[in-house]
Design a protein. Structure first.
Length: 175
């Protein structure tokens, strides 16, 4: 039984070291050959959580086996429970918050409707100019025209009223 615990502990440590040192390199070298192993439909079966649970099972089992007087079946049950708790802890305290914190810099033109912007290139009454719009964590420059057919000077604050054919129709706003 001690060999099982040592194997689980050593296997988990080896997996962690290999994935940290060689993870990206192996992924590129194998060119997605092992993608079928990803369990994307079962988010709670993340390799980090599973291997963490197996490693903790091995470590807890080894400690209980060497330093307690419990029976063998009690040591296995306690080790499994400790491993499950550790795996769930890794998932709920690390993996899940990291998945929810991912940000994207992508945006849709529809997202710009109602956004505030600053005029960079003056917008004539019947022509086009340029505005700077804050999108997410960044900014984007867009072609703009006046919604009300009035000239808008550079530096003016405007609001995007409508989007037609990839052009933002803006109106001056006083804040």
């Amino acid at each position: 039984m001690e060999a099982l615990f040592i194997a689980c502990l050593a296997g988990g440590i080896l997996f962690a070291v290999v994935s940290v040192i060689f993870g990206d390199w192996l992924s590129v070298a194998l060119d997605g050959a092992l993608d079928f192993l990803s369990l994307e439909n079962h988010q709670w079966l993340q390799p980090t959580a599973l291997v963490g649970a197996i490693t903790v099972f091995g470590g807890a089992g080894l400690l209980l086996y060497r330093y307690s007087s419990f029976a063998a079946w009690t040591i296995i049950v306690l080790s499994v429970l400790i491993g499950i708790v550790a795996g769930a802890g890794v998932y709920f305290l690390y993996i899940r918050p990291m998945e929810q914190s991912e940000n994207s810099t992508a945006y849709s033109m529809k997202d710009l409707s109602g956004a505030l912007a600053e005029v960079l290139v003056p917008i004539p009454a019947t022509g086009y100019g340029e505005v700077l719009v804050k999108v997410g964590a960044g900014h984007t420059n867009q072609i703009a025209a006046s919604y009300e057919a009035v000239a808008i000077a550079d530096g003016a604050r405007v609001v995007v009223v409508e989007i037609k054919d990839g052009v933002l129709l803006v109106s001056p706003v006083e804040i």
